[in-house]
Write a protein that binds this ligand. Structure first.
Ligand code: PMV
Length: 339
């Protein structure tokens, strides 16, 4: 209330889903629960300068460059969350944001971006006199991030994060994400994620449109039921440390996401010939070597290669020599789960 102006900073990791969120209801509630890893090297850093004003406005700079589209989008977002942050339109904002990873790299900048902005806003609310309770603030940050981009609510925590109510996950909610509440096997704490950049173009389908396509999708009901079942099974697997079943579920989820896009009206095929060729190569490698290399996909052609750190010395050379040929510009992003 007394603060006329100030500056807040935040850093937030992107995430990759193992069980996919694809399909939602108003207001940004998931049709099925999802679980993701927050990433360590792929993050967004955001600074918000705020100043009291009678004319609310938001200016967003990506790096050094003013971005009109993002400014409009964030302005709209700020007004939409006024019921939860009544002070929000009493200030004007200049936001500087940078990503550690390249644009359209197959890593979700909306997740880390909204995660960082929501974190700044909750910090700002405590500066303005809101009570400062760490656990509550985290949940509120996740709740607000969700209203920006659904998957962003999972980026607010490190490690494995669950969003969406599920009977086997105590405390889970459709309104915000929670850290995976069980002790997981050490092998899953050091999971490597190397992203094979098959195609660096802009996304052909916005996730908003993608979620909408699930509304009249012929297989929607089955998909949502199956995602729940997969999450139950994965919950056990993560505690037991069963890498084979982990891989089977995670690959099945990635292919199911793309199967949903391919069987929607209109249909979308986001995988490229190189995506399929690389997947075949991964399967062959696994058959030949028994190493635990698995893949997942986001809504795009790029492949997230998941494997345990213990097998890095055998698996990374295979990626770097034999899978890299499928990448458009010989590019990989070396990341890992952030714990
Ligand atoms: O958060 P959104 O609306 O951009 O949706 C993200 C959907 C996927 O990335 C494809 C899957 C997920 O769970 O992250």
């Amino acid at each position: 209330n007394l603060v006329d102006k100030g500056k807040i900073e935040s850093k937030c990791g992107s995430n990759i889903a193992l069980i996919k969120y694809w399909g939602k209801y108003f207001p940004q509630l998931p049709a099925n629960p999802s679980i993701s890893y927050t990433l360590s090297e792929s993050f967004t850093q955001t600074t918000i300068n705020f100043e009291k004003t009678t004319k609310f406005s938001v200016q967003v700079f990506l790096g050094k460059h003013f971005n009109e589209k993002f400014s409009k989008k964030i302005e709209k977002y700020f007004l939409s969350i006024k019921p939860y942050l009544p002070f929000i339109d009493k200030y004007k904002y200049i936001i500087y944001t940078t990503n550690s990873f390249p644009h359209s790299s197959g890593i979700a900048s909306s997740a880390s971006g909204f995660g960082a902005i929501a974190d700044c806003l909750v910090k700002m609310s405590t500066l303005l006199g809101e009570k400062n309770n760490e656990e509550f603030n985290k949940a509120k940050t996740s709740f607000l991030a969700r209203l920006g981009s659904g998957s962003a609510c999972r980026s607010v925590y490190k490690g494995l994060v669950v969003w969406g109510k599920h009977k086997t996950i105590p405390g889970s909610s459709d309104l915000y994400a929670i850290p995976f509440p069980f002790e997981i096997s050490p092998v899953f704490k050091t999971i490597q994620d190397t992203v094979l950049l098959i195609h660096e173009g802009v996304k052909e389908i916005s996730s908003t449109l993608g979620h909408d396509l699930m509304k009249d999708h012929p297989y929607a009901k089955t998909r949502f039921t199956e995602a729940r079942k997969n999450l139950s099974e994965l919950t056990m697997v993560l505690q037991k440390g069963d890498l084979e079943t982990f891989g089977r579920i995670v690959e099945h989820e990635a292919l199911s996401l793309h199967a949903m896009m391919m069987t929607s009206f209109p249909a979308f095929i986001l995988m490229k010939p190189e995506t399929l060729a690389a997947i075949k190569k991964i399967w062959e490698f696994r058959k030949d070597t028994r190493h635990h290399l698995y893949f997942t996909l986001d809504a795009g052609a790029n492949i997230h290669l998941l494997y345990p750190e213990e097998e890095k010395n055998e698996i990374f050379p295979f990626i770097n020599n034999e899978l890299i040929i499928y990448s458009e510009n010989n590019k990989l992003i070396k990341d890992k789960a952030y714990f």
